[in-house]
Design a protein around this ligand. Structure first.
Ligand code: UDP
Ligand code: MG
Length: 168
């Protein structure tokens, strides 16, 4: 089983839509193995977005600082989901980074529509609802950055019989 790190960004928490989005993941059969609300520090976001995500290196200082400020507009909810090839499938459910380009049916496409340009013109990171790990290596680093081992829970869901060998 794979694990992926999800963060509900302040725009999702402030809009009161996290329940609807959690429902999408539950409905798809992903197991929530950790979840917490926090006000992220600049340093924690720096590690997440540059140390792990290389956003500053890829996009430059202005976009990077705007994004970190936007992530501090309110509390966020961090969550770890577990499932078969979870990282890739969750990214597919989340959709493209820029809401304008995110397909209808994806989380970013259904809950947002704005552009990089509109966000940059007001000094904000593009409000796209949710973060999800981009690949397995990023997922592993992000999970250990935001959660300690004791915060990751083990339990059985009713979906599991369908992913395990039949009992004789
Ligand atoms: N971002 C932005 N403008 C950009 C690129 C990124 O505001 O031109 C923000 C956006 O919120 C995005 C986050 O920075 O989700 C991280 O960017 P990344 O390229 O890693 O995209 P993601 O993995 O979130 O799809
Ligand atoms: Mg990314």
């Amino acid at each position: 089983m794979e694990r992926s790190l999800i963060i509900f960004k302040p725009d999702a928490v402030l809009r009161g839509i996290i329940g609807e989005i959690i429902t999408r993941f539950e409905r798809a059969g992903f197991k929530i193995i950790a979840m917490k609300m926090l006000q992220p520090s600049y340093d924690d976001l720096f590690t997440h977005y540059e140390g792990i995500g290389t956003l500053k290196t890829r996009k430059g200082d202005e976009i990077f600082e705007s994004q970190l400020a936007s992530m501090q507009d309110g509390p966020v909810i961090a969550m770890v989901l577990e499932g078969v090839e979870a990282v890739e499938t969750i990214r597919k459910m989340v959709g493209a980074t820029e809401p304008k380009s995110a397909a209808p049916g994806t989380i970013r496409g259904d809950y947002a529509h704005v552009t990089y340009g509109a966000a940059a013109s007001v000094g904000r990171g593009v409000a796209n609802i949710i973060h999800a790990s981009a690949d397995l290596s990023e997922a592993k680093k992000e999970i250990s950055h935001w959660f300690s081992d004791s915060e990751l829970h083990t339990y059985d869901t009713v979906h599991q019989p369908f992913t395990q060998p039949r009992k004789k």
